[in-house]
Write a protein that binds this ligand. Structure first.
Ligand code: ASP
Length: 299
């Protein structure tokens, strides 16, 4: 069956998309593929983007957010502010498949995961501890720079979209959120309509970048609704990002990215600033694309 997978950011996205395609090649469903892609990246201690060994909050604790949404029936599962359990995306899938709920949060999400057989684990690797100590010593130096280039920003999140012929889509996202965040802070990634959205009638969309701004824009839902009005995926992403640049001046301080995959397989992406790197896998053929920031057009 014809399949397209998308994954955000250069380094972590490559790990995720390769693992997702490997699952597909052995007959996995789209849900299985996206879960597998994100789970492999979360479990990789060398990737500081998500999961084990990612960037902690101000108290030195890693808090994970993840969501998965099925375009078949708009069913979704998510966790937020989850501590000491990986992969968060697999816990989110359990919420989707084994509860009547959409989201579980914090300590209760952790308890749910442990009841479902996940193993408690210290997620702070030596690399993450070093990053935290460096930040504590010189917060200004390690605080996020406001405008990121491709070189200096490789994402704290992986968002993935999957499509299979004739018209089925899935959206999923996993993140440790912004580094040095206020404890308890949750971004767009696990929020249906903000970080992910999927509806087989139209298509799927996802987001990455500054979660507060993307959430306020309801970026993923907005993008799917733009496709519902007849725009192609690229035009829909650009419309959302341009709307954000116009209405939310802060969306140009840091990348605000949306990506979309229409129910017929057409795809696109756009970012407010920086260069956004996207991995595309079409029936196993991997391609790396880069999207320039749209704010440059406004001078
Ligand atoms: N959107 C994520 C958040 O705000 C961060 C990212 O995409 O890098 O939590």
């Amino acid at each position: 069956m014809s399949t397209t997978l998308l994954a955000t950011w250069k380094e972590p996205g490559k790990v995720a998309i390769e693992a997702a395609w490997a699952k597909r090649a052995t007959g996995g469903s789209l849900l299985d593929c996206l879960e597998q892609g994100l789970a492999v990246a979360e479990l990789d201690p060398t990737l500081m983007a998500i999961g084990l060994g990612s960037l902690p909050n101000r108290d030195g604790e890693i808090e994970l957010d993840a969501a998965i949404m099925d375009g078949t029936d708009l069913n979704a599962g998510a966790v937020c502010a989850l501590r000491g359990v990986v992969p968060a995306i697999s816990v989110a899938r359990k919420v989707l498949e084994e509860t009547p709920h959409v989201m579980l949060a914090g300590e209760q999400a952790r308890r749910f995961a442990l009841q479902r057989g996940f193993t408690p684990q210290n997620l702070m690797t030596p690399q993450a501890i070093e990053a935290y100590e460096n930040w504590k010593r010189e917060p200004a130096k390690y605080e996020r720079k406001y405008v990121h280039s491709l070189e200096e920003h490789y994402g704290d999140t992986i968002t993935m979209l999957g499509w299979e012929a004739p018209r089925h889509v899935i959206a999923a996202s996993a993140t440790s959120g912004l580094g040095w965040k206020t404890p308890g802070r949750v971004g767009d990634s696990p929020i249906v309509g903000a970080g992910v959205y999927a509806d087989d009638e139209i298509g799927a969309a996802g987001a990455t970048g500054w979660g507060e701004e993307l959430w306020k824009a309801a970026a993923s839902f907005r993008t799917v609704e733009a496709m519902r009005r007849g725009l192609d995926a690229q035009a829909a992403c650009e419309e959302t990002v341009r709307h954000m640049i116009r209405r939310q001046p802060r969306s140009t301080w840091m990348p605000c990215v949306v990506l979309a995959l229409r129910a017929d397989g057409d795809f696109g992406a756009a970012t407010s600033v920086g260069e956004f790197p996207l991995w595309v896998c079409r029936d196993g053929a991997m391609e790396f694309r880069s999207y320039p920031g749209l704010a440059a057009e406004y001078g």
